[in-house]
Design a binder for this molecule. Sequence first.
Ligand SMILES: Cc1cc2nc3c(=O)[nH]c(=O)nc-3n(C[C@H](O)[C@H](O)[C@H](O)COP(=O)(O)OP(=O)(O)OC[C@H]3O[C@@H](n4cnc5c(N)ncnc54)[C@H](O)[C@@H]3O)c2cc1C
Length: 470
Amino acid sequence: MENQHYETVIIGAGMAGLAAGIRLALAGREVIILERHNASGGLNSFYSQEGRKFDVGLHAMTNYVPKGTKGTPLTKLLRQLRIPYDALDLCPQNGSRIHFPGCQLRFNNDFAFFESEVAHAFPREIDGFRALAEEVRTLDAFNLGAIPSSARQAVQRHISDPLLEDMLFCPVMYYGSAQEHDMDYGQFAIMFRSLFFEGFARPLDGVRVIIKLLQDKYRSLGGVRKMKCGIRRIHTKDGKATALELDSGATITADKIISTAGAVETARLCTDQPEDAAAENIGQLSFTETITVLDRQPAEFGWEDTIIFFNTAERFRYARVEDALVDPTSGVICFPNNYQYGEGRQLDEGFLRVTAMANHDQWCALSEEDYLEQKAYWYDALQKVTLGLLPEARLDLDTHRIASDMFTPRTVRKYTGHLNGAIYGAPHKIKDGRTHLDNLYLAGTDQGFLGIVGAMLSGISMANLHVLQG
Ligand SMILES: Cc1cc2nc3c(=O)[nH]c(=O)nc-3n(C[C@H](O)[C@H](O)[C@H](O)COP(=O)(O)OP(=O)(O)OC[C@H]3O[C@@H](n4cnc5c(N)ncnc54)[C@H](O)[C@@H]3O)c2cc1C
């Protein structure tokens, strides 16, 4: 690969990088995607253990709309990538809920149902909730030049009950906030729409369906992808990136570079930046996730929900875990079986996944022996919390478990390179994708659109803006 030159180099073969690559390849541009690992998908990937495939990432594809719906992020995305709707095999959720002490709100892919749940549980807040929903519906949330503003303040203008406020923030933050305690109102609106106005769906075979589609499309257009090919440095001169130095020591050059490695991570690759550049913008939020494989379908235990966003404390706290490895007081429970896969279609085994916030530094400081011990401890602790929220709470899960696994912030860091294992990246997003270098742009998580659909849209919009129109 020595001394090769490309019109555009994309760093990272996650959802954003693959989507950007397809967009450029569709326009007949010369593009190469360079990925440090040997698998595509980035944060959203899958792996096999003893012949069993585990998804990492995909609980639910947000932004679901039925086929033929016009003008939504999902349909725009498919049109831009020239991918037919049916290829995604999207199967809608059964239904999900937000579970707080003494209060539950159920929702599905029909917003009117969620609205009726809010009206029932919070009769005095329903007018405010409707006003908030209307504001969120019409907000110009995709404005790349918008100045960030507080979502908490915006919600409090309409909602006065802190319980309802927290119940709305819990799913929205868990599925898309890189910021602690509060988030940008535009980002809140994007997530609120994608969860509640649109909804959740999943392909029967999980995230690999989406990754394979993107890879195949990119390849069919002649796009070049190089795996096990990390970028070690970005050489710079006079405010421009001049060359990319690979982990192997080889260099390549490019007119333009789109990086999906993260804002701070990308800055630190550049030779004109100090090693500790942009330290104030490193994400603080990381997560752990347990996966339990069951000997039967969750529905056989009466577990019919698709996703449960839970909080067991008096107030919902979305912030870095300070004094423990895991904060089990809130999290997300997901049953990938509980989608409407259609007659005769279902996963062969039952799956239960539990996500909670975790402290990156503490997990990374453990010795190998302690790491395994703590994983076992927290696995059990999270299963206990989960069972407490489900029917059949006294069930002995051990007798029905046929396999399990758990990832921690250490795993996220290893597989994505995200500093602090920050799944949602930097708290301050760079919406126009520009960096301190003229020909280096950001896409994906740190450009600001989160989740699978968000990351793909980000890749598309940055490729359009900076390469095709630039
Ligand atoms: C546990 C978990 C659950 C999630 N659940 C959902 C969900 O249910 N629904 C949803 O929509 N989203 C979910 N997400 C979020 C979603 O996975 C991400 O928002 C999305 O995948 C981000 O894509 P990206 O392309 O921006 O970044 P990434 O996936 O981080 O991709 C960046 C890529 O760049 C590569 N890279 C980094 N540095 C270098 C370098 N120097 N050289 C070469 N390559 C490099 C990395 O290896 C990686 O492959 C979840 C994430 C996690 C971890």
